[in-house]
Unconditional design. Structure first.
Length: 134
C-alpha cells in the first residue's frame, strides 16, 4: 500500500467502526454519482465557489482543505441531510466526513491530474471503497 493509500485509509479510519467508515465512503460515492460522476461533482464545486479546492484535488499537488460548511453550501444542506439520513448518520458528521474524504477520493480518482472521460465511476468508487476498508 502506497503513502497515498495509507493517508486515505487514515482519513476514512477516523470515522469509527468499519460500518461507519463504509457509510462515509458510500456517502462520498452517492454524492459523486448524484452529480453525474467526477466531471459533475467537480463542476458543481467550481460553480459553488470552490474552484481552487476542486482544482487542487484533481491536480497533482497538495489538496486544499475544505470545511463541512463549505461542502454543505456547495452541495446543499438539504441534500446532505437526505443522504445522511439514508445512511443513518448525522448531517453535520456527514458534511464533516465529506470535507475530509472528498479531497482524497477525488485525488485518488485523478492520478494523472485530470478527470478521465469514459470512466465507470461506480466501479471505480466501489473498488476504492473495498481497498480502503480492507
Amino acid at each position: 500500500m502506497g503513502l497515498f493509500d495509507q493517508l486515505l485509509g487514515g482519513v476514512v479510519g477516523q470515522f469509527g467502526t468499519a460500518e461507519q467508515r463504509g457509510s462515509l465512503m458510500d456517502l462520498a460515492s452517492n454524492v459523486i454519482q448524484s452529480q453525474g460522476g467526477l466531471n459533475g461533482i467537480v463542476a458543481k464545486l467550481k460553480s459553488s465557489g470552490l474552484a481552487e479546492h476542486a482544482d487542487s484535488w484533481v491536480g497533482t499537488g497538495a489538496n486544499k482543505t475544505v470545511t463541512g460548511d463549505q461542502i454543505s453550501g456547495a452541495l446543499g444542506g438539504a441534500n446532505i441531510a437526505t443522504m445522511a439520513q439514508k445512511l443513518g448518520i448525522n448531517p453535520q458528521v456527514a458534511a464533516a466526513g465529506l470535507a475530509a474524504v472528498l479531497p482524497a477520493v477525488i485525488d485518488h480518482l485523478t492520478p494523472k491530474g485530470q478527470v478521465e472521460h469514459g470512466t465507470d465511476w461506480g466501479a471505480a468508487l466501489t473498488a476504492l471503497k473495498q481497498k480502503m476498508l480492507a
